[in-house]
Design a protein around this ligand. Structure first.
Ligand SMILES: Cc1cc2nc3c(=O)[nH]c(=O)nc-3n(C[C@H](O)[C@H](O)[C@H](O)COP(=O)(O)OP(=O)(O)OC[C@H]3O[C@@H](n4cnc5c(N)ncnc54)[C@H](O)[C@@H]3O)c2cc1C
Length: 456
């Protein structure tokens, strides 16, 4: 029989490992951390494939909390380097710098004209007394049209976001946006249309990334400090009333508190006898999945670009990137390790064979691949839970589910446990917050997620 104060943590991603680390450092007497895989890190892992190394698509660090930054740098001395973003948009057969709205120069002149006139019209309309203020826009599409106008909406914001999220912006709220969309003040839009380059906008003009080993070295550092991790233990059932969790290994264990970092729909499915209103709330959760094709290419035709947004509908994928342009150690000299990302969901299932064909032909079209014979290795991967969709149900459904879970000693946290849109640093902070609440330590400043980090 376990002690009554037992804390069981499910998932050794950054959130779970941070929770275990902070609990054990706080001398909590009874903590167990279970992970279904045989390695730590969740989405924050890397794969070596021949001479090439890949992450689960781009994972870049943007530290806002100096304590977390100091901690990570102490554990990885000299291993992180600061990188200046080199991000682009590919449309109308040209590359223009990111952000689109403040770098219109280089697009066909009729497109620049349409975007500028739309932007000016939106500014004029915004002054009209009947206009909803931008911040109160009822949905993301309205927000886009109010903020940047119909031209920029048509040529970038709406098609790009529809591909990324798998639902049209009109079906989303603006709750998740926070500071992800770079501002588009008049002076910058005009300067950008004239060719005065502005690549500095947005929260992620610089980021940290490991010199060697890919992003996985971050997870390995946390695993070294988090204490024992019970690998190859997949939680398969939870008795919320009697506070017991069962694993595929046959192990059963009880808990006082369960810290779960599993995706909320997965957690709900494990709980026997979930009350009907909670089950119904769970059915209303919506998300997109991501399929990515990682390629080791025996050449580098990427122009040194880090990643490129691809808004046009003729390409089913929404972004391509090159790990080895960010950290040269990710591929041999003169080669490139590249990724292509495409989203799918319940209503738009993935045809992996078609997605691969589209990725290859798209890369050729964009000039990143001359011939298929240049491909040395390839690794297709799926992230079944990638982006939480903030639709009209999100706030009410998550509130209902978390209320039930809390009442049964289950603290569901992390990007997919909370069911939000947040970053690696947030995951570390969420784990710390969960530990501090159980240790009775007053919370640091409440952790507000930094949405959009992975929208680059
Ligand atoms: C495409 C994409 C790009 C991103 N890019 C960035 C970026 O550039 N910068 C950034 O800061 N963040 C980025 N993120 C976000 C980042 O990946 C997450 O914030 C972070 O990984 C969340 O960590 P977590 O521990 O909460 O969840 P996860 O990493 O999902 O970890 C959950 C763990 O639970 C385990 N698990 C699942 N089911 C069970 C079970 N039944 N039993 C036991 N264990 C189980 C899993 O194996 C996993 O190890 C990106 C995310 C995506 C999808």
């Amino acid at each position: 029989m376990s002690r009554p104060d037992r804390v069981v943590i499910l998932g050794a991603g950054l959130t779970g490992m941070s929770a275990a680390y902070h609990l054990r450092r706080g001398k909590h007497p009874n903590v167990a951390l279970f992970e279904k895989e045989t390695t730590p890190g969740g989405l924050v892992r890397s794969k070596q494939n021949g001479a090439y190394r890949f992450d689960y698509t781009g994972h870049f660090l943007h530290f806002r909390d100096p304590k977390i930054a100091a901690q990570v740098n102490e554990w990885l001395p000299g291993e992180l380097t600061t990188v200046t973003r080199d991000a682009w948009i590919h449309s109308h057969r040209v590359y223009t710098p990111y952000p689109f709205q403040t770098n219109l120069y280089g697009l066909p002149l009729p497109v620049v004209n349409e975007c500028l006139l739309g932007y000016i019209a939106a500014r004029d309309q915004d002054r009209a007394p009947e206009r909803t203020p931008e911040r109160d826009a009822p949905d993301f599409e309205t927000w886009i049209r109010h903020s940047v106008g119909n031209g920029i909406a048509r040529h970038f914001m709406i098609p790009y976001n529809t591909k990324l999220w798998g639902v049209p912006p009109s079906a989303m709220t603006t709750d998740w946006m926070n500071r992800f969309v770079p501002p588009a003040p008049l002076d910058k839009v005009v300067a950008g249309a004239l060719g005065l380059r502005d690549a500095s906008s947005g929260y992620n003009a610089r980021f940290e990334y490991p010199r060697h080993g890919g992003i996985q070295i971050l997870s390995e550092a946390w695993a070294r400090h988090a204490g024992p991790i019970e690998y190859a233990h997949e939680a398969v059932r939870i008795d919320a009333v009697n506070r017991r969790v069962g694993f595929d290994t046959g192990l059963e264990t009880d808990y006082q508190t369960l810290i779960s970092t599993l995706p909320l729909p997965v957690l709900c499915a494990l709980i026997a006898d979930l009350p009907e209103p909670v089950r119904a709330a769970c059915d209303r959760l919506s998300w997109s999945s991501v399929w990515a094709l990682c390629l080791g290419i025996k050449a580098n035709h990427t122009g040194g670009r880090h990643w490129v947004y691809v808004p046009e509908e003729k390409y089913p994928f929404y972004r391509v990137g090159c790990f080895s342009n960010i950290a040269p150690s990710m591929a041999p000299d003169g080669h490139s390790s590249v990724w292509v990302e495409q989203s799918y969901n319940r209503d738009r299932p993935l045809d992996a064979e078609q997605a691969r064909a589209d990725a290859i032909s798209g890369l050729k079209d964009m000039g990143w691949l001359k011939d298929e014979s240049e491909i040395a290795v390839e690794w297709p991967l799926r992230m079944p839970y990638a982006y939480v969709i903030y639709d009209a149900h999100h706030a009410e459904a998550t509130a209902t589910i978390h209320e039930f879970l809390r009442a049964h000693g289950i603290l569901s946290t992390g990007r997919y446990g909370k069911w939000d849109y947040s970053s690696m640093e947030d995951a570390i902070l969420y784990g710390r917050d969960a530990a501090q609440s159980l240790l009775g330590i007053p919370q640091n400043a409440p952790t507000t997620p930094s949405p959009g980090t992975d929208l680059k």
